[in-house]
Design a protein around this ligand. Structure first.
Ligand code: HEM
Length: 358
């Protein structure tokens, strides 16, 4: 490179730096963070997969918003228009649907890996709680999104959810009214779900994801050692950029390929339009609420809400609950593993049970 060319380049770099004064060296340094070797296995970096699927949701969601109309008269028709007339509308809608399902599966697997490797323990208790906030946010995303379609099942699913919200102790009637935008499901309900789905929830999710990743960056990921795997000292770490980032990117490309196959083979469908006057014989929420739905069928509206809240509170504060149980009753790691296995098996059992019931 000639001297004058080099001078011109550094002049350009200087000009850019004046316009946007940022220390790029800082970014390069942040990217060169060494990460432990176990992150080479997909099972240990599932959080990255969740993040990738979340980004697909944001991009496809923005595209859908260009055509979706959040009013009881036009919502169903606008979804039909997206599916049948808009160029690649069916593909974007199917990607949005499948990516949301994959995201929830990846999220549960991520929580399981964090739980069973004890990565929620000191000093990562706060990040576990932020993660729990992300789990709840993702589930509400799923519920509000499903209700936006305004087909029979999603309409009646929303009705059950509003009734469940109403059964919440103390704030129930306020929560039910807030969700519906009035005493019954009507004009305001869809607008509220839409605002939640495309405004409030994404904002909350962005803030929580930023905090989650900031804490991971500040605390580093938990270092795990496996007895049957003796790793030489110089291979114990590798660089985040470009090694780990490349692996994540390849997983992303593979996921996009799988999602496209799902979109082609099982494109998102549209049921009957919502009819508030006719209750369908079988009301079903999305599969990830089957656990709660089975609980509701086994108990009552109020008991199922109280149980869900109690179990949720235990899960949210589990790192502290475990610390307390350790001090008071000297429970071992095996006890926590047993609790985890019991929770996972119960969720699977209730979900399968509900999916086979009418
Ligand atoms: C949108 C949802 C989420 C995203 C994008 C996300 C992302 C990530 C990423 C990228 C990591 C780094 C390494 C890894 O992949 O394990 C991570 C770690 C972690 N996540 Fe999540 N996560 C989410 C939800 C959750 C949930 C629901 C929980 C628990 C309730 C949770 C708890 C944790 C903890 C404690 C760590 C630290 C693990 C360690 O130090 O080894 N996360 N998360």
């Amino acid at each position: 490179m000639g001297e004058s060319e080099q001078g011109a380049r550094s002049g350009f770099a200087r000009k850019m730096n004046e316009l946007f004064p940022f220390n790029w060296e800082l970014l390069r340094h942040a990217g060169a963070e060494p990460v432990p070797y176990h992150l080479k296995k997909w099972w240990f970096c599932l959080g990255g997969t969740v993040l990738y699927l979340f980004i697909i949701q944001v991009v496809t969601g923005i595209a859908l918003t260009f055509y979706y109309v959040p009013s009881p008269e036009q919502a169903y028709e606008s979804v039909a228009h997206i599916t049948q007339d808009v160029r690649f509308g069916w593909y974007i809608r199917s990607l949005h649907k499948w990516s949301s399902n994959f995201m929830i599966v990846a999220l549960f697997l991520h929580v399981m890996r964090v739980y069973f490797t004890g990565a929620y323990r000191h000093p990562r208790q706060l990040n576990w709680m932020i993660g729990f906030g992300l789990l709840v946010t993702t589930l509400i995303f799923g519920f509000t999104g499903y209700s936006l379609i305004y087909e029979q099942l999603s309409y009646w699913g929303a009705t059950v959810a509003a009734n469940l919200a109403e059964a919440t102790p103390l704030i129930g009637s306020w929560l039910g009214y807030f969700l519906r935008g009035g005493p019954t499901i009507g004009e305001n309900t869809l607008t509220r779900f839409f605002v939640l789905h495309i405004g409030l929830l994404p904002t909350v999710a962005f803030i929580l994801i930023a905090l989650h990743i900031l804490l991971i960056r500040l605390q580093g990921v938990t270092e795990l050692e496996f007895e049957d795997e003796k790793v030489p000292e110089k291979e114990r770490y590798f660089r985040f950029w470009p090694e780990h980032a490349t692996t994540e990117l390849m997983i992303g490309v593979l996921l996009m390929y799988i999602l496209t196959i799902f979109a082609l083979v099982f494109p998102a469908e549209l049921g009957e339009k919502a009819n508030p006057a006719v209750t369908p014989a079988h009301i079903k929420p999305e599969w990830y609420f089957y656990f709660n739905y089975r609980l509701l069928k086994l108990t009552s509206l109020r008991v199922s809400v109280i149980l869900t809240m109690a179990l949720g509170a235990i899960a949210l504060f589990w790192p502290f609950v475990e610390e307390f149980l350790r001090k008071k009753f000297h429970i071992s790691d095996r006890f926590s593993v047993l609790i985890g296995v019991f929770a996972v098996l119960t969720i699977i059992l209730f979900t399968v049970w509900e999916s086979f019931s009418g």
